[in-house]
Ligand binder design. Structure first.
Ligand code: AMP
Ligand code: FES
Ligand code: ZN
Length: 301
């Protein structure tokens, strides 16, 4: 197997692109895909300050690494979910990365913002831990960006994440979720920052290869609450399809974005208000985050 660019021995084959690359040319390919994502969806401009949400995993740290090398002004945001050793270790990975690259990292504790860490929220709400956790993450990313006057938050969602989310939404025909599924969500209110996913063109295997080649030290373990999550089952199904037919994940996601998504966009027409408690954006009177914080307070005092 030879590198498509230089003809030297390849280290990685990308069947969906019908190509193989040596290490330096793969790193180049990876960065090009990120550049293309930013350009195509006008994710952010050269002079914008980008808040990069980092979990300590391979994807978000690989994203941060590329954006730093591309010369963007970035600040990392780590949300400490308070999930036992998993949170302690993932926070340490983010801190070590920030120190090594000499970039600023903000840390926000969910326990402080909501009143309790994710394992307690899970018991109080009696819902899957990921629901209160996801709600808190989205809310806090937006709030921290506003507090620091940054207009855009970038997350490390990759092609596998996006294709699995799409499959989940399609299986239940969740039209709201389908209208919101995009590599770049614009700001529709002055208190809502843009959300972008510059890795959506790259698979999980490719971000793992990039992190390895760039010697990025990341947390390998998944969140302990992720076990048995339907998103994992969806990823497995899609990976089996990909094995049988390289490019299946890509075609599924990109076909949706290009051909089907516009049909769901009308569902976006909702009125946005400012939460009576915290002032962040909500479709009701009090936002879901403030309601969650109330529920936690009632159950823990
Ligand atoms: P996940 O939902 O865990 O697959 O994560 C998707 C993306 O959300 C990651 O690539 C990060 O950009 C962001 N993210 C997840 N967990 C955290 C966290 N604890 N702190 C900051 N960002 C996070
Ligand atoms: Fe949110 Fe696991 S990361 S519950
Ligand atoms: Zn609120």
């Amino acid at each position: 197997m030879k590198c498509r660019k230089c003809g030297e021995p390849a280290i990685l084959e990308l069947r969906r692109h019908n190509a193989a690359f040596c290490a330096p040319d793969f790193v180049d390919f990876f960065r090009n895909q990120v550049r293309e994502a930013i350009r195509k969806h006008r994710m952010f401009a050269r002079d914008e300050h980008v808040l990069v949400a980092v979990s300590g995993g391979k994807d978000s740290l690989a994203l941060w690494d590329v954006l730093i090398d591309e010369g963007y002004r970035t600040t990392g945001l780590y949300l400490d979910l308070g999930i036992f050793d998993y949170s302690v270790e993932s926070k340490a990975k983010c801190e070590a990365f920030a120190a090594r690259r000499g970039v600023p990292l903000l840390v926000t504790r969910v326990a402080e913002a909501v009143g309790a860490p994710v394992p307690v929220i899970k018991n109080v709400t009696r819902r899957p831990p990921c629901s209160g956790c996801g709600l808190s993450k989205r809310y806090l990313m937006n709030r921290v960006a506003l507090e620091h006057e940054m207009a855009v938050v970038a997350t490390g969602h990759n092609l596998d994440d996006e294709a699995a989310t799409l499959l989940g939404s399609v299986l239940h025909w969740q039209t709201d979720a389908l209208s919101r599924q995009s590599p770049a969500l614009p700001s529709t209110h002055r208190k809502l920052v843009r959300r972008v996913k510059p890795l959506y063109r790259l698979s999980e295997r490719e971000t793992a290869a990039y992190a390895f080649l760039r010697r990025i030290d990341y947390i390998v373990e998944e969140c302990p609450f992720a076990k048995g999550a339907t998103s994992i089952a969806h990823k497995e199904i899609l990976s089996r399809m990909e094995d049988a037919s390289p490019g299946a994940k890509h075609n599924f996601l990109f076909g949706f974005l290009e051909k089907a998504r516009p049909a769901f966009e009308r569902a976006e027409a909702v009125t946005l208000n400012e939460c009576a408690r915290c002032g962040q954006v909500t479709t009701g009177t009090v936002c879901a985050f403030c309601k969650l914080a109330d529920q936690v307070k009632r159950a823990t005092v």
